[in-house]
Design a protein around this ligand. Structure first.
Ligand SMILES: [Zn+2]
Length: 224
């Protein structure tokens, strides 16, 4: 089943999975497309399922088979969040601050925090069992649209063509992303803040607002 998301050993993500990452998270396509997945991570420390090194992801042998599609999906989102971070911050910047911060503990690494956030948004809870605050992307569906299929159903469907899956997933994920951004904006409060923190929060709110308007306009143009 997980082969519907990741092609076999040394392979890349499938096109429907790439559509989810692009439209659900706004991740950059070339970086996602060039990433290859290897099940040879025997050397990974206990409790770590996968690691992203440059454009390769190494995962523990057997995890492709032993994890449920939903868990595997969450792992893909987590690792691809790192891939995106490497792209935005450059390789040296990413590993430099990753190593610096890892001295204070794995869970304090800001890159990990961001990745776990994306992961929990995607599967509805991370490996430590925390519930997601947001909508669960795997189970996300649009009432009355896409034959009522959820993102996870569509990814695992073997009756639809790849093109049909991509087109349905694109709409679902674009709609999901708008909901996520809108929730993020609402949760970003500036009351009680002063000085630099207020300034920073206001800048963030303005950025989110602009992004949201742009996404909503293009969504309405394409689907309404
Ligand atoms: Zn990680």
């Amino acid at each position: 089943m997980n082969g519907m998301l990741t092609r076999p050993h040394g392979g890349t993500l499938t096109l429907p999975m790439l559509a989810v990452l692009t439209h659900g998270f706004g991740y950059d396509v070339p970086a996602m497309r060039n990433t290859r997945w290897y099940g040879t991570g025997r050397w990974l420390p206990a409790g770590v399922d996968a690691i992203t090194l440059g454009n390769r992801v190494y995962f523990t042998p057997g995890s492709l088979e032993s994890l449920s599609p939903r868990e595997w999906f969450g792992l893909i989102i987590h690792e691809m969040t790192h891939r995106q971070q490497i792209r935005t911050d450059t390789l040296a910047g990413f590993y430099g601050s990753y190593l610096l911060q890892s001295v204070t503990g794995y869970s304090r690494i800001s890159y990990e925090k961001e990745a776990y956030y994306a992961h929990s948004q995607a599967i509805g809870g991370n490996r430590r069992g925390q519930r997601a605050q947001g909508t669960c992307l795997w189970e996300y569906r649009l009432a009355g649209a896409m034959q009522n299929l959820a993102v996870g159903d569509l990814l695992l469907d073997s009756t639809l063509s790849e093109a049909q899956k991509i087109s349905a997933l694109t709409q679902l994920c674009r709609s999901w992303r708008i909901e996520q951004l809108s929730a993020h904006l609402q949760a970003t409060q500036n009351t009680g803040l002063t000085g630099r923190r207020l300034h920073k929060t206001e800048r963030l709110k303005a950025r989110l607002q602009a992004k949201l308007v742009a996404l909503r306009q293009s969504y309405d143009r394409d689907y309404n």
